[in-house]
Design a protein around this ligand. Sequence first.
Ligand SMILES: [Fe+2]
Ligand SMILES: [Fe+2]
Length: 201
Amino acid sequence: MVHPCIQTIHQEHASISSILSSIIAMLQRGPRGDEENFFETLRAMLFYLDEFPARQHHPKETEFLFRPLRGKSEALAEVIDDLELQHVREENAIRDLQQRLLAWEYFGEARRHDFEDEARKYIHFYHEHMRLEETVVIPEARKLLSDAEWKVLDDAFASNSHPLAPTVQDEPAFRKLFTRIVMTAPDPIGLGHGRGAGHGQ
Ligand SMILES: [Fe+2]
Ligand SMILES: [Fe+2]
């Protein structure tokens, strides 16, 4: 059976993955003389990664996917402990990355490699995190969760905002931010409609 919450988790992972891949593409491309749009776009990408997983994605996984699974298998409990710890680490790491981006923007090239190195580590770390959820946790959930637990999980992931994060207005705000990133990211990463688009091509 295809559970709607699993589809939602895959879709949310796909959104996160596309931003991660876009950051790599931005780093490979570099500012090319349009620093203003380059840094604005990267800032928006990092902001999305800070806001969306922390407020929308991680709390729902922790509360409605990990919690019912904990205690059903000893091996899985260890994986879940690691993933929960990674949620916390990821939220600290993205703030650190935002700071390093500002350092590159304001202090110049001398700080570029520092940001690039940390960004690549963060992206690798995040892909690994999602891979574990998709290849270990979700398959185990399919075996272990009851119909009643799936119903709770489906309802939680179907809601536009998470009850544990009441400050989040709604999902459309995230979609709007995602669209803005796509619109302003330089071609071919996005549509290149940002200020100065076409400069340095
Ligand atoms: Fe997660
Ligand atoms: Fe996830």
